[in-house]
Design a protein around this ligand. Structure first.
Ligand SMILES: O=C(O)[C@H](O)[C@@H](O)[C@H](O)[C@H](O)COP(=O)(O)O
Length: 301
């Protein structure tokens, strides 16, 4: 098949190469154009504008957007809405908020453009070698693009989940789980770090990856990280987040579903962004006020 791809960042470029590996041709646009070699140079046609990209596609226009969620995705979708003829297929493979996907799907449907919201998991390696896709959109139209997912996904690694929105909803919950799992792994290693024994964390992760209940890709990545830096001395413990954990918690509040683990994992991310907290100062001050308990003096004094 021939696919238009907008966004050739780490994920987009890996997906483009994955498509080419499976015999597809890609017409791609990005402000920053990567250097391509060999069969990728021959089968990933770089264009100077999205207009040129759409123009270069055959009659059935299939466009995959792989740009950051929010404003950049909005801009691409708006452009596509203006450029694509009715009957075209537009796929958002980024980590968009499902509510935005539902709204976009509605707008595009009014022009006869079929929209698919696709949560993509597996990181850059997955995008390159075989990713996991959670797909929302029209079930009948999906049959036209299913071969793409058969090719790009790891074996059994794609699911037609339901109508527009269901793909990104599933990815949102996936990421909420990801937050909780990572936080649990991190806390376990923190206990080891402060415990009475001197463990080699790479070896701990290795043994846990061999036959234990908690063996997993995340534990393999833990093993890999400790193999490079045995006490992670080279990095800070700031845990950035790009939204999906927050959306999962918002959803759980809206539906009154208790999600203590995911919520705490999110709060820990926020907490990690500050070296000290005002709330901590308030509690310390109150203990001191009512009980004369000791406070640690700030460095400013
Ligand atoms: O499934 C995946 O491959 C990851 O979840 C991926 O999509 C991305 O690394 C996260 O979105 C990062 O999310 P945070 O920035 O919120 O940790």
């Amino acid at each position: 098949m021939q696919i238009g791809l907008v966004g050739l960042g780490k994920m987009g470029l890996s997906l483009a190469k994955n498509l080419v590996d499976h015999g597809h041709q890609v017409v791609a646009y990005d402000l920053k154009q990567p250097k391509l070699e060999g069969e990728y140079q021959a089968n990933i046609k770089l264009t100077q504008s999205v207009e040129a990209m759409v123009e270069a596609l055959p009659e059935l226009k299939i466009v995959w957007s792989m740009v950051p969620c929010g404003e950049p995705t909005d801009q691409i979708i708006e452009k596509m809405q203006a450029l694509l003829p009715a009957g075209s297929i537009l796929i958002d493979g980024g980590n968009s908020n499902y509510k935005e996907s539902v709204a976009r799907g509605g707008r595009l449907a009014s022009q006869g453009i079929h929209f698919f919201d696709v949560g993509t998991s597996g990181g850059v390696e997955g995008a390159r070698q075989g990713a996991c896709f959670m797909i929302g959109g029209d079930a009948t139209v999906f049959q036209q693009i299913e071969p793409l997912f058969q090719d790009m996904a790891v074996e059994k690694g794609y699911l037609y989940a339901g109508p527009v929105g269901s793909g990104h909803y599933l990815k949102m919950v996936h990421n909420g789980i990801e937050y909780g799992m990572m936080q649990a792994i991190a806390e376990g290693f923190d206990v080891l770090e402060h415990g009475p024994f001197d463990y080699d964390y790479e070896q701990v992760a290795r043994v846990w990856n061999n036959g234990s209940v908690i063996r997993s890709w995340l534990m393999e990545l833990t093993e890999s990280a400790f193999s490079k830096d045995e006490h992670l001395d080279e990095i800070q413990g700031k845990m950035f987040s790009s939204g999906e954990g927050k959306w999962t918690v918002e959803e759980s509040l809206a539906t009154q579903v208790p999600t203590p683990v995911i919520t705490m994992a999110l709060m820990m991310r926020y907490r990690s962004m500050y070296p000290d907290t005002f709330s901590g100062k308030v509690v310390a001050a109150l203990r001191n006020e009512f009980g004369g308990h000791a406070v640690a003096k700030s460095d400013k004094n």
